[in-house]
Design a protein around this ligand. Structure first.
Ligand code: FE
Ligand code: FE
Length: 182
């Protein structure tokens, strides 16, 4: 017989306590090294999500609607990365982190925003390449595959941000004017 709705909600509220009490947290199915790397990656993704969201709002507020849309879409892509990492961490018996790995920069000028984004993507690419090697050594090819999928996306993001930077460097305000409106 199905549990009544209220009781199921109650069970959901007590999920973490029940989970810990059941000892499942100690039943790690994956290598601790891999789980730690997946969580390190998730922290990076959370920083990227919050950064791109903040940039999206600031750019929209300053009427750079076209660039704001780029940041919004990229932030959503990073959300999917953070979720994929969380699902894998849970599968391996770990606990997905909810903490970004850096302070979120606010109020930067457009060129500085893009420099921040390039640094985030470059850092992620370096870390994910190294993480994929560790996953292979730990014989976890599914986690390695997740890092490789993320790498494809981060490479595309980096390429896009570098293009924007080059346009700003070469054309300045003339280019920025093309990013206004919606
Ligand atoms: Fe990402
Ligand atoms: Fe990215």
């Amino acid at each position: 017989m199905n549990k009544p709705e209220a009781s199921r909600r109650g069970a959901a509220r007590g999920w973490e306590t029940d989970w810990q009490a059941s000892g499942r947290m100690n039943m790690v199915k994956g290598s601790k090294k891999v789980i730690d790397l997946l969580n390190e990656a998730r922290s990076r993704e959370l920083t990227a999500i919050l950064t791109y969201m903040a940039q999206h709002y600031e750019l929209a507020n300053d009427d750079y609607g076209k660039l704001a849309k780029v940041l919004k879409d990229t932030g959503i892509a990073e959300m999917k990365h953070a979720e994929a990492l969380a699902e894998r961490i849970l599968f391996l018996g770990g606990m997905p982190t909810t903490k970004p790995d850096a302070e979120i920069k606010r109020g930067e000028k457009i060129a500085a925003k893009i420099a921040t984004d390039i640094a985030l993507e470059e850092g992620a690419i370096k870390m994910y390449n190294e993480a994929a090697v560790v996953c292979a050594a730990e014989l976890d090819h599914v986690s390695k595959g997740i890092f490789e999928t993320l790498l494809g996306d981060e490479n595309a993001h980096l390429d896009m941000f570098i293009n924007i930077k080059e346009h700003i460097d070469q054309l300045g305000d003339q280019y920025l004017a093309t990013l206004t409106g919606s």
